[in-house]
Design a protein around this ligand. Sequence first.
Ligand code: SF4
Length: 346
Amino acid sequence: MKETLHPPGTRADAYDRPSARFDGQGHIDVRASAAGSCRRALWYAATGHEPAPPGDEALTVMETGRALEPVVLRAMQRAGWEVAPADAALPTSVTVRLTPEVTVTGHPDATGTPPLFGEEAVIEVKTRGPSAFKRWQTLGAERSHPDTVAQAALYTYGLFGEARDAVIAVLDTGDRAWDSETVPAERVEDALERTRAWLAPLGAHYAAHGPDPEALPERDFEAGHWRCSSCPFLAACQPQAGEETGAEEDEAPHVSDGEAAEAVTAYVAARETLREPEQAKRQALDTLKAWMRHKGSAKAELKGHTISLVRSTRYAVDHKRLNALLDADTRREIVAEQTSESVRIT
Ligand code: SF4
């Protein structure tokens, strides 16, 4: 199973190669991190279509992920893991042949063994925002990020030639907390088989058509799918969709846009209905306040109602002075954080 197709190359080759390419030896070679991608997008990449360059924001996200990898690995070491990180200047390249026509090549982040005991395993490092991190912890990597598990499985077979437990280590970029999940060997094998089944039709397409840029495989995703929204070949694949901006992501909302619009209309109508009576109430109370003051009385009977002039005192906390006077731990005992959510319509 294990074979090295490309000798260790440059760092640029390791990190910036296209998501798929023909290797000149009858294979379409897919980048491991792209193994679960749309097969038409892989075809575009292999046949030399120019991908749209990533935007500034996407580049920052990618660079953040790369920069924080060693941080995660060092945190694991402090927690007792034995970690062997990849050589950043010359990472180890591994290639796995999945079908007669399809190979997958990638560069494992690290290998390591858990604290106390365990077999050497691939460690795949990821960084996630707080909600994706929580989602991963709640659902597990196979449900939340199956492509990551596939990547770890490919590296496991590429490095060890067999299924082994694989480790996914994730850093929450919000809280800077990290956690790890060990995917057992039998599920690593399942992940490899799923990847093989996914990429086999692409190999068959290559066998049938050769490297023909015009012979496109079927689209794997419908227009509007989040994969298409972030696809670098969107303009070539779906020219109309490519002109649209702000395509929705994620799951369908529980509330439709129409229902949300109706809610806004209902809110504004209710607010307008209340506005006049509220103004009338305020005016009446101001008049009565002036009357009571003039009378010099705190309580009066009028038209069957008791009118009271209520005086109350409020105390305001000057947080700036409080913070200057008290250390953080003492402040924490006094000013407790409470979080709530509400909707405001302006
Ligand atoms: S736009 Fe969508 S269907 Fe087309 S290549 Fe990209 S991911 Fe695939």
